[in-house]
Design a protein around this ligand. Structure first.
Ligand code: MF3
Ligand code: ZN
Length: 341
């Protein structure tokens, strides 16, 4: 470890659609904070990066439910979370947000560079479209009957009754959550990160890190074993970072493309010297995350960084496990839990 001159430590950017709870703190932010304090006590050069993740479909759903704009949703929770972290004494070097101008530009430029390098596969797929609301529907905006358990209120990505993961076209009698109408399939173009082609490089990278926590390393191995598939990095949605291409109106970057870039934008906001924290091989990059974020930090984000070519890759990705208190999970959200170990 002593070979590293400096550390970039990140803690998962929490979604700005709910307050921070004890599971978030104990699972991710507290361990990261302790580790950073330890590094500082040893006189190491370290930046500790976090901020709010303000894009993605759940935020638009919450806004619609509450009759407010997505911007109002994220404004409310961004400041609430920022304050909670301060009150708990979590000492981030910066707590930023992905709606910032710096972030929009950084994420947009990152995408454009990969596009110009010919990294993406462009491909046309059929997606459900709501003719009344005149927009494409995110998986969560489509409900219907689960083909597995007949639950009439299953979502286009998952049935919450039987837990089966679904794609919208699996649903029997699909209905748009926007208008209540039956959606139609319509062709749309999106840009895909060819994880299948990148697999050998990703595999070589993961295999160098058999020292990662067993849950993290094991999950990576199982993804690799199943074989990686191209994944769309753009979405037909109007909330997020606009896709910086001419033929991409009404499209934004996939939230899992822009959010980890938030770590980079926040570092930029923090210091003019940001590049040494992201591009110098003598920097150790460590992501503290929740357990459901493993594939994004260990496979997809590294694939993005290696496709760019200038960045260092995560050297460790500590992810928490569930903690049971008196036999009950104390996490209030599926995404987060408590670190036990
Ligand atoms: N918002 C995500 C969650 O709460 C975490 C995002 S981490 C980042 O599960 F890398 F994307 F920033
Ligand atoms: Zn079901």
């Amino acid at each position: 470890m002593n070979a590293f001159k400096r550390h970039t430590v990140t803690a998962a950017l929490p979604y700005a659609n709910g307050p921070v709870h004890i599971g978030h703190l104990a699972g991710c932010y507290l361990p990261a904070d302790i580790y950073v304090r330890y590094l500082k006590a040893r006189g190491r050069d370290v930046v500790f990066i976090c901020g709010s993740d303000e894009h993605g479909v759940p935020i638009t759903i919450r806004a619609r439910k509450e009759g407010i704009t997505p911007q109002q949703v994220v404004d409310k929770y961004h400041f609430l979370m920022k304050e909670s972290f301060e009150k708990f004494g979590i000492a981030f070097s910066i707590y930023s947000r992905t709606s910032s101008e710096v972030h929009h530009k950084t994420a947009s430029d990152f995408f454009k560079k990969l596009y110009d390098k010919g990294v993406f596969d462009e491909s046309v797929t059929e997606q459900y479209y709501d003719e009344k609301a005149q927009q494409f529907l995110a998986d969560r905006y489509i409900t219907g009957t689960c083909p597995n358990c007949q639950n009439p209120n299953a979502y286009g990505d998952q049935c919450e009754r039987c837990g089966t993961s679904l794609s919208p076209t699996d649903l029997i009698n699909p209905v748009s959550a926007l208008s209540g109408e039956k959606p139609v399939l319509r062709e749309t173009k999106n840009w895909f990160l060819p994880l299948d082609k990148l697999q050998p490089k990703i595999e070589a990278y993961i295999n160098k890190h058999s020292d990662w926590k067993p849950n993290v390393f094991g999950q990576c191995q199982s993804w690799l074993k199943q074989g990686l598939h191209p994944r769309a990095m753009t979405r037909d949605l109007d909330w997020g970072v606009k896709v910086p291409l001419k033929d991409a109106e009404n499209k934004v970057l996939y939230v899992w493309f822009d959010a980890p870039i938030g770590y980079i934008s926040a570092t930029k906001e923090l210091t003019k010297d940001w590049e040494k924290y992201w591009k110098d091989k003598e920097t150790r990059l460590i992501h503290f995350i929740g357990k459901d974020n493993i594939v994004f930090h260990c496979i997809i984000f590294p694939a993005m960084l290696m496709s760019d070519g200038e960045y260092i890759l995560p050297d460790n990705v500590p992810a928490n496990e569930f903690l049971n208190l008196e036999g009950q999970k104390i996490s209030t959200s599926r995404n987060w839990a408590v670190w036990l170990h």
